[in-house]
Design a protein. Sequence first.
Lengths: 950, 285
Amino acid sequence: MGALGFTAPWLLLGLVALPLLWWFLRAVPPAPVRQKFPAVVLLFGLKDQQIEAQKTPWWLILIRLLAAAGLIIGFAGPVLSPEDTSERARQSDKPLIVLIDSYWPAASDWSIRVEEVDNLLQQAQQGGRVVAIQQAHFKEAAQLAPASIWRERLAAMSPVAWDAPYDLGVLQHLPEGESIWLSDGVKRDGRRELYALREAVGEVAIWQPDRIVFGLTPPVLEGQDVELRALRHRAGPAQDMVVAGYGRDPAGQLRALVEEPAEFAIGTTEKDIVLNLPPELRHRVQWLELAIGGQARSAGQVALVGESLTRRRVALVGAGESETLALLSPDHFLRAALAPSTEIVEARGIGDAVRASPHVVVMPDVPDISEPDQRALAKWVAEGGLLLRFAGPRLAAAQADQAGIVDAVEDILLPVRLRGRGRAVGGAMSWGAPQLLAPFPTDGPFSGLEIPEEVSVVRQVLAEPGPELAERTLARLVDGTPLVTRKLLGSGQVVLVHVGANAEWSNLVLSGLFVEMLLRLTEATLATPSIDPENGLQTEDTGVVSAPWLRDAQLSAQGALVRETSPLSTPLNALADAVNGQPSADAPPGIYSNGTRQLVINSLHIGATLSPTNWPRQVVPVWQDKPTVRDLSGWVLGAALALVLLDIAGTLWISGRLRSGQAARAGFVIVALGLAAPEAGVAQVADGQNEDAADQSVSPSVPDQVMAAAAEVTLAHVLTGDPELDALARAGLTGLSLSLSRRSSVEPAPPVGVALEQDDLSVFPLLYWPVSATQPLPSSQAYERLATYLATGGLILFDTRDAGAGGGNSAESRKLQLLAAPLSLPPLDPIPSDHVLTRAFYLIDTFPGRYNGTAWAEAAPPGAAAAEGVPFRLLNDGVTPVIIGGNDWAGAWAVREDGRPMLPVGRGNAGERQRELSLRFGVNLVMHVLTGNYKSDQVHVPALLQRLGQ
Amino acid sequence: MTPTAPSVLSRAAATAQGLPPLMVAARHLADTVQLGDHGRRRAGQGDAFWQFRPAQPGDPAHRIDWRRSARSDQAFIRDREWQAAQTVMIWCDPARSMAFSSDPSRASKSDRAKLLALAAALLFLRAGERVGFPGSDRPPLRGEHGLPSRLTDLDKAPPRPSGLPRRSRALFLTDGLADPKIYEHLLGDAASSRIRGAFIQVLDPAEERFPFAGRSLFLDMQGDPKFETQEAADLRAPYLERLAGRKKALAQMCRDAGWVYHCHDTITSPSSVLLWLYHALGARR
């Protein structure tokens, strides 16, 4: 595609001179080797065997001509396919419509897309074109506006965490004009139609980065295994990946609890992954993540787990009522069996049980349920609960009472109708032997469980025979009578075990089988509550109001879980769609709860697949920085240089100088250099792409640095990738270190910059983190280490350097929110006037830097009160983990090489005073970090002295 | 070993003794040849015992060896061997062509010739001979200790050695690339002065092997172009033939004059040529 063009075509006239060069080179033989030789006298009179003067061989001339041609062409500036620019310029009167696929598949390389669009807008701005940018998920069509306006809006555009078919109803209203479609390459409904729509009103160019989109389906619990599938939208070479499960460890740290490496085989698009996790670990996992080396995460690579893997809450109804002996109590064995794997909620009544929003309600031998309770329970079951009932003497008696009523309605909370008093077999007064269990049906929830031989049943309640009895039976005895029956009710189920929950009727409860059966039943509770869009909010005749679903946290397109500051209410029909695999703007992927149940919506649903899009045949997707405008002069000049070097080698060889060993070595070096030179040229051409990589390697992190920092108190700042800012931070910490050495007994080593991705943080007591709007987000591993750092006593001083302007809405503040979101920081307060920071070394009451704004630290515990006779409350037993502000402290502290301040603060003497206060704050801060609450404890000194005096 | 690259230690030693590196190298080289006293094989002044002879009238009494005489009735006189010092004149060709070296790391012909000259001088001095350098106005040297002060004489060698003492010995070190007639005259003059000696032709490996190829322009040592060829490799065979002819002619001249001839390649070890020199001069005595 794309023809060759030249930026300076007139230089090509030089090619005319080539034949002249040819003639010239033909005429001149290669220069002779000049050789000092004392024995030349012996040569006099010797005759050459070849009389004719030697001419330059044709191939050497050819090489030289090619080299000359290469130089001429190279300097003429060849570029590939420049017609795009020219064409764009030609069409500059037409509006430019940019259509961006803004769903999650585009999230991991969103910044590249934004950059491309920005380039495009820049060109459009120069050409004075009107532009409309349409993000595919927007619900209204974009309007034409000057490119400059769109460039401002572009910065705020972001992808969304879900994927949806194109809304043609909206997109058909897009203005006419030349279209550029930034596609993500994933198959999506409506794409062809949209293409046809756009093609009808103008030219369409498809820009599509050549990368693979990865996804991870939500996990499914299969027995003890967690099963999920890793997806990619296009088959490719083998690809390593890591599936990691994140959650809080027992110490409360959010970290990767499980990491399972896996690999896409060549040519496959799916990989089934089975994680075999012990329940204790599994219950802690909050989300699973598919990590691909060298690629940013997107929402599709994150599978929120929600409650599907967590511990089941089981409510035990009627517990603790009876005063029987422990081993005879109806729920002792239940408790013993459930406690290891579930969370048991004690409930006195059914109302309590439902309010605790359990997954399972267990009722051991509860015969009568009052009418309102029955309704509440039925509703709860219908919403996805599991009611597990056990028979017993009382239930049997109650059923016997009802048996007389012929047309007794079927009890909605019993799976089957029961008859009479049940039966007793194998007792002293009865015929027959105790009944054994029949093997479990293979399609039931108990399939595969082994039945111990000694398990037998002496008494049971019997089901009334009926047409549905067979399908409701989950387990039966060898004589065919049901042992466990189940009825589906709404999206929940009611299960009845026909024997008691204690050992009176059967020794089932004494066996391990009982534990496993309970585990199977509780795990089988529906992970996703069903949402009925019609009557979710309606007040039913029962009087029970279903609580609205609220969104607690939302998954960002980059796959980060962002807690909502206040839970948002969610429309039910949107939520119902989301549950069925179609999240939308109203119900984006995230975590929802309605007070009783939790619900997670993922970007991908369980059965999801990813496949590449099929463009019409005539469409060739391109990506801007590969096949389009491309400067070839580096390559051509490199080739010319290689030819020149080849010519040198050839000339040396012809004149015989290559034969002596040294010359050969020199020639080899020259040729090797020549081969390396084009490589360097290529690297230069391609360096735009690995700027990120270069950024990360700004500071060579050597263990030496860690060793040095461990040996002495070392202040550290986070490398942001912005060299100017990093230099300022370093100078600031240098100034603070100087002041500390001068004024206190702390004599810090020279400050260092730390790269969060690789450096060891544990040796630094304080991290100064200047926030720049452009710095990249650290990886999840880096966050994990930051969390460890904070949890083990580190302190991060965040500085947005914007003087708190914009009310937390400046670019830096927004960046700070992004940066700090995964850190699980405690609640913050403006630093109170009695905080230990105000008296750790100096007595100060403000915390100025170059600006004098509010600084924030960990909030005081609610119960803190001032002790008697002490002017301040005893706050912050621990050291606050973060201090956040926008006062540009480093700017105030920064000194030049010669110790003079680097930046001005304020004006005149007042400014110098502010710098002094700023340094005092710095000293206090370091003292606070190093001595913790020591100064708070100092307040006790008078009291202690007084006591000692007595 | 080469004078251009002495080790740090030897250079320090040389500086301490006020000796140029060449001297040290020469001394090392001379030490490789173990030589005895070469007596004149007749009675005379010397240290070595030669014979007992019956005392003649007129012999001084203090020369009587009483121990020998006590064994008989006759008085015996202990004769010592006559050790007469020979003068050896050493000439290094100062021609510009001697400064040539085909490899910067290798000593030039001139350096090698001077090294050999000094080493030989040391050997001769240790053997009790006198060593002189043509072109110097000082008399021939006696004793090893005086050699360092005479080093400048080595550089003052005239283009043609003249004024050699009659009946002395001579050592000529040259590359033999000048006009052959010059050497013929030189050797003829020497022969007529009853001077015998050794003629050592010092050649560079490049001169011995002619390793050139391709189009070449050969310069003399002044840097003037002298000879151009299109393919130097083709000239190798005729050149080597001519060189052999020159060597043969020089050897013949030496034979005619009663001299010994040796061709030394600077790529080979200098000690071998020194050993040859010692034996050659010894054998001709």
